[in-house]
Design a protein around this ligand. Structure first.
Ligand code: ZN
Length: 270
């Protein structure tokens, strides 16, 4: 996807789809990619562990505010609001619509899209947010429709991230922004786990890569290359920690060794 080389090595053999690496650009991806049906299955249930932080049948706003999920949503909004504090916002892969809901509360005209009909139904009925189920490319979004597009741990699940970013580049305004957060497989923790796996010192070798629904695993280097190919420039990037400890957050921001990375992108011609 990133380069013309077809020279790859298999990093992790797996039942469903192994993890391959391009010998030229270092991009990590699954092969074979799941079929449309398999993919639908992976993305059409409410079994994600982070959905279990609260009771879906009886959603309680006060309890939700104590979850790590809520903390992360607020952290994301804080980043977004550094660039724009109002306007049309699209959350791609919105899941239960929690980010859309919090975004709308703080002044955005926010909407979301997700592959999961179940999640979208829940979001509409419980949070009364503007969310639709379906594929991004099938929506009739028009050029320059959005001020902000966000993808929180979504791009690595998409069958063609380059096509997706190119499409999104077209539907943001010329002064719009795209926010992408995803796992960082060049994180120090992953490097240690890779080392231990390589020398058979880890109980479940390569267990940290057994997420078949992650079709791609990005490092800062491979993601930067992807963004450039999609016609986007990087305005800012950092790595994050799961914890809300300010000292840890500071260290992860300065050293960029964290497990998650956040990129703020804009169209190249600005
Ligand atoms: Zn390559």
């Amino acid at each position: 996807m990133l380069c013309k080389t077809s020279d790859t090595v298999c990093i992790v053999k797996q039942e469903i789809n192994g993890l391959m690496q391009c010998s030229n650009c270092g991009l990590l991806y699954r092969y074979p990619l799941p079929t449309r049906q398999d993919y639908q299955k992976l993305s059409n249930d409410l079994d994600y562990p982070w959905y279990k932080e609260f009771d879906l049948a009886q959603f309680d706003d006060i309890r939700f505010k104590k979850t790590n999920q809520y903390f992360q949503i607020q952290r994301r909004l804080k980043h977004v609001r550094k660039y724009k504090s109002s306007g049309n916002l699209l959350d791609v892969g919105c899941g239960l619509g929690l980010f859309v809901s919090e975004g709308a509360k703080c002044g955005f005209s926010a909407m979301g899209i997700d592959m999961s009909h179940k999640a979208v139904k829940w979001a509409r009925e419980t949070l009364h947010v503007d969310v639709i189920a379906g594929k991004l490319e099938e929506m009739n979004f028009h050029a320059g429709q959005f001020d902000i597009v966000t993808l929180w741990h979504v791009l690595e699940h998409m069958p063609d991230p380059l096509e997706t970013l190119r499409y999104l580049c077209g539907i943001i305004k010329s002064n719009g922004y795209i926010f992408v957060e995803m796992p960082n497989v060049a994180a120090i923790e992953i490097k240690i786990k890779n080392f231990l796996s390589r020398y058979h010192l880890k109980r479940n070798p390569w267990g940290h890569f057994t997420m078949p629904e992650h079709l791609y695993e990005f490092t800062p280097a491979t993601f930067k290359r992807l963004a450039a190919l999609a016609g986007l420039k990087i305005l800012y990037w950092t790595t994050l920690t799961r914890s809300d400890n300010p000292l840890l957050a500071f260290i992860y921001d300065k050293t960029r060794i964290g497990n998650k990375m956040l990129f703020v992108l804009a169209r190249k011609e600005i």
